[in-house]
Ligand binder design. Structure first.
Ligand code: NAD
Ligand code: GLY
Length: 348
């Protein structure tokens, strides 16, 4: 097992290994005293992993209960959020109790936001069960839910007390869900480490998770609340979030980020913001990894959702500009340039 410590306001451990979830109770007991642990999970993960996790929690003296919501991005909304809060209040959870998030990024974002806000904040543990959640969503305390108006428009920065990343759980992941995580791993490679591309292609999960966690750790420790450097982790997301929303979430987060990265890389070059055009290489890498990179939405549709981007401040938006595969920088552009940026990015 590998261990990282993320030194945020409240430092916490990230454990990475195989078969960790059957000892979840033991790991959690190192940072959370006996209490009521409320497991939040989705309908798919519940059927596969809830029993083993809850048995371990009980063996280590925790009182347990759980809430299960329907799997999928459609559930990451105010309705599910309020149902969970009400159920927790009905069960009498208080500030000495804690949440265990068991699932992919949807469960993690939801459970984290519930933890951040229930009684103004209680501890939580992340147990990611997708590649996406292991390398990104479970790390760094960004929590939140979607509004009807757009992706992740309500949330909080709330760090977990522990992350238990058991990549044996990927064994049950369907191929297309695994691929979603690959998109976010490619993003990490473009942002910070070109040598990650080969291990990503060869499915060296442990190595890729460790490197992505390490990269994210180095960014989040500098900028926990996304005021500057952390925005670099959003490469491909300005377009990606719009695609998710426009498709009513039939395009998954990972697929949308893959498409978004190509558009944003192409646009950055065509708008003269970078000397090197990485978009061709990126397109080749992502196509070989099985991504469909076509986009069926118009400039106007994508511009509309880009205007909801949380990287907008005043009349400017901060974009992530790839200088090479492995090095990106942040650059503010005006909202009128953003329109041109998207237009240029959409057409090869
Ligand atoms: P997801 O949570 O919807 O999981 C994908 C599907 O796989 C779901 O149907 C789920 O039930 C199923 N599943 C999960 N684990 C499984 C397993 N081990 N075996 C079989 N099936 C399993 O999606 P995701 O790709 O994990 O996460 C995407 C979400 O994460 C998006 O909402 C995105 O916005 C968010 N995200 C957040 C951050 C962050 O920093 N907070 C970072 C990246 C992504
Ligand atoms: N997933 C991007 C971030 O955590 O900042």
């Amino acid at each position: 097992m590998k261990k990282f410590v993320l030194s945020t306001t409240n430092p916490y451990e990230i454990l990475i290994g195989k078969d960790l979830i059957k000892n979840a109770g033991a790991y959690i007991s190192t940072c959370i005293p006996p209490c009521h642990l409320y497991v939040i999970t989705d309908s798919t993960v519940n059927n596969i992993y809830a029993q083993v996790v809850m048995t371990s929690l009980m063996e280590h003296g925790y009182r347990t209960s759980k809430v299960v919501f329907p799997a999928g991005e459609h559930s990451k909304n105010l309705n599910t959020y309020s149902n969970i809060l009400e159920a927790m209040a009905d069960e009498g959870l208080n500030r000495s109790d804690a949440i265990v998030s068991l699932g992919g990024g949807v469960v993690g974002d939801m459970a984290g936001f519930v933890a951040a806000t229930y009684m103004r904040g209680i501890p939580y543990v992340q147990i990611p069960t997708t590649y996406m959640a292991a390398i990104d969503a479970s790390i760094g305390g960004k929590t939140g839910i979607n509004l009807l108006s757009g992706k992740n428009l309500t949330g909080a920065y709330w760090q977990p007390s522990l992350v238990i990343c058991d990549y044996k759980t990927f064994d049950s992941l369907p191929a297309e869900k695994l691929r979603d995580g690959i998109a976010e791993a490619v993003k990490c490679a473009v942002v910070a480490e070109d040598s990650l591309i080969t291990p990503i292609k060869e499915h060296h999960y442990e190595y890729v998770i460790e490197r992505c966690v390490s990269i994210k750790k180095s960014v989040v420790e500098v900028d926990e609340c996304d005021k500057g450097l952390r925005q670099i982790l959003n490469f491909g997301h300005t377009i990606g979030h719009g695609l998710e929303k426009l498709s009513a979430f039939s395009i998954s987060h990972g697929q949308a980020v893959a498409k978004g990265m190509v558009v944003e890389a192409r646009a950055a070059y065509k708008l003269g913001l970078t000397d090197v055009d990485i978009s061709g290489d990126l397109e080749k890498i992502l196509s070989e990894l099985g991504f469909n990179l076509s986009i069926d939405y118009s400039l106007e549709e994508l511009y509309h959702y880009a205007l909801m981007d949380k990287k907008i401040s005043g009349d400017k938006i901060t974009m992530v500009i790839p200088e090479t595969i492995g090095k990106c920088r942040l650059q503010k552009i005006s909202l009128s340039e953003l329109r041109k940026f998207i237009e240029l990015g959409l057409h090869p």
